[in-house]
Ligand binder design. Structure first.
Ligand code: 1GP
Length: 251
């Protein structure tokens, strides 16, 4: 359980992590090589791997390319049960607890369970919460489930609490890839104050200031995908902002 052990140890120490999300359908070996180099220089903590569609069978090859070049762990963040690779370090086994679509709560897990078990990949039970990002995102469309309204902090809080009590070992709050509106810091703070498991936050984050404020509000892991893919987000500066916490107060 190396990845989960490190997530919880980081949380206990108040250290924040930065994950770069890679969609295997939207990269190529040259772009990935460049991103790996930038990520190593920046001290990125994790690569998350996944996408909403499975257009190519690029997943294994992307992970192997990463494994050949660096030690940054690869964590699967699958949009579909077929996005599984034994070469990954861990799998966020996502249950869409914000939705009321039984298939994404348990149905797809029943289908994928034997393959997941057989892969030998570390499984991290994840309470996945989609928050309205102000614009239809792939996840809001594909999940066929209503997201939590952006201003309903109480619903988010109760959903996360229920997820934790049901045994989810991390909570992932996601405004959806490319969301116009990121999750509010007030919602992050409310959720973080009431759960003890690590909190992952993503969706529409582009700049170091927002990443920093999310961490201050209580996020433990910040995920950025779309803006890095488009070359709009500075990997090094976001990593530095995330890693600047906790700010040590003079004795
Ligand atoms: C999406 O949380 C991730 O599922 C990251 O979102 O691609 O907008 O950074 P972005």
């Amino acid at each position: 359980n190396a990845i989960y052990t490190s997530l919880t140890a980081q949380k206990q120490a108040g250290r924040k992590s930065f994950a770069v999300l890679i969609d295997p359908d939207k990269t190529n070996p040259a772009a990935l090589e460049k991103l790996i180099g930038q990520s190593v220089d920046a001290g990125v903590d994790y690569f998350f791997m996944g996408g909403s569609l499975v257009l190519t069978d690029n997943l294994d090859e992307c992970i192997l390319q990463i494994k050949r070049s660096c030690d940054i762990p690869v964590v699967l963040f699958p949009g579909h049960p077929s996005q599984l690779s034994r070469h990954a370090d861990a799998l966020l086994y996502l249950s869409l607890i914000s939705g009321r679509n039984a298939d994404l709560l348990i149905g797809q897990h029943v289908i994928s369970a034997p393959a997941v078990r057989q892969s030998g990949v570390e499984v991290i039970a994840t309470g996945y919460m989609v928050i309205d990002g102000g614009t239809p995102t792939a996840v809001s469309y594909m999940s066929n489930a209503a997201p939590i309204p952006a201003n309903k902090d109480d619903i988010a809080l109760c959903t996360a609490m229920a997820g934790e009590m049901l045994g989810k070992r991390v909570i992932y709050m996601d405004a959806g890839s490319g969301a116009r509106q990121t999750i509010s810091e007030s919602m992050i703070a409310r959720v973080a104050a009431h759960i003890s498991v690590p909190l992952i936050v993503g969706g529409g984050i582009k700049d170091p200031e927002k990443a920093y404020r999310n961490c201050k509000a209580g996020a433990d892991v910040i995920v950025v995908g779309n803006a890095i893919e488009k070359g709009e987000a500075p990997v090094r500066e976001i990593a530095a902002a995330v890693h600047s916490l906790p700010v040590s107060t003079p004795a």
